[in-house]
Design a protein around this ligand. Sequence first.
Ligand code: PLP
Length: 445
Amino acid sequence: MKKYIRMKTEIPGPRSKELLDLKKQYVMDSMSVHAPVIIDRANGALITDVDGNTFIDLSGGVGVLAVGHSNPAVVKAVKEQAERFLHTDFSVIPYEPFIRLAQQLCEAAPISGNKKAAFFNAGAEAVENAVKVAKFASKKKALIAFEGGFHGRTLLCLSLTSKAKPYKVHLGPFAPDVYRVPFAYCYRCPLKMQYPQCDVACADLLERTFKLFVPPDDVAAVVIEPVQGEGGFVVPPKEYLPRIREICTRNNVLLIVDEIQTGFGRTGKMWAVENFGVEPDIMCVAKSLAGGMPLSGIVGRAELMDAPTDSVIGGTYVGNPVACAAALAVFQTMKELNLPARAVEIGKYMKNRFESMKEKYRLVGDVRALGAMVGVEFVKDKQTREPAPDETSAILKKAMQNGVIAIKCGLYGNVIRMLVPLVTTDDQLEEAFDVLENAISEISA
Ligand SMILES: Cc1ncc(COP(=O)(O)O)c(C=O)c1O
């Protein structure tokens, strides 16, 4: 007997189906959906659709809901701010929530010395603006990004993003002067070596790029995710990021760290870089920053952040006051509930469950985890490691039919990633993992 999941209809139920038919008629097809259900309401880790089916959500709005769906403190802050004022354009009439949030982010950022911050809307805008700051501060133009990296869908971000399909098809030419080096993806090592004997040789490919393709004198910044998200929940060995940091520092190249998916406690620390003892020059945040309201930001060393001249950074909607008020409530809630510590507990449980599935089921190839950022890679054959994208989709479909929503990622679409709300309870997690394991067991049979 399930305590949380309630499946009253087939998926999709009749009301969802009716609305999905309307979507088909009026919404562009490119905006495809993973779960063929229309949500009615949500709370914590639970989602109820318009047919009354209740699901446990392991996707957390793709990593946006560290504090859970409709967190009461966030909802309260949103209501209160909405009743006072909704918009001014910060560059015309500034407001307190933006300034207080900048103070919070600067105080929390893993960067020494004086810091400054600014807020935008989407994660892509944060990345674009971090690059603008780096270019202004360094007076250099080139960028280096990583194989398997994901930084958003605008033209510059797509130029940094390296998953060709589906993101880049037909959309070039991309921004010039973006160079790419392999990431430390040990399960599929770009150098066909093995950790730790490899001595993390892949990090030195950055130095090689400086010699072969673009001199550091021309490079404004290296842009990196501390743990790759969309690329497959790839956790680099502990030496990797410190080595990248050291190479950047020695060559006078700025390090932009994209914490958009990894930030806000997800990896067991407030910021993923803290697990590696590395300081960025500029950091990008978004997703869980505002608990479901659209908000992104950048924070960096003050002398860099102050380099762009008047009005170079801005935009009509940047740092919306309601979203900033929501983010202040998120910071407070993260502290009150000590969510980074909770991420460690949740992560341990999920990792152990997946590790034991790896022993039992033929399709489970690799389990990767840093805190609650846990991914499991599915393969057709554990020896050849041939990716199993169809089986991965079949597992997710089966789990969804039985009341669990989870999503995938990875260069081959064969990784199931856990982005659970960090307020998910132990028994909710257990119920969800029983459903997920049944699905993995059935598709592996
Ligand atoms: C690491 C990373 N950077 C940037 C982005 C882009 O954020 P947005 O979709 O809000 O533009 C994402 C989105 O998934 C992301 O995971």
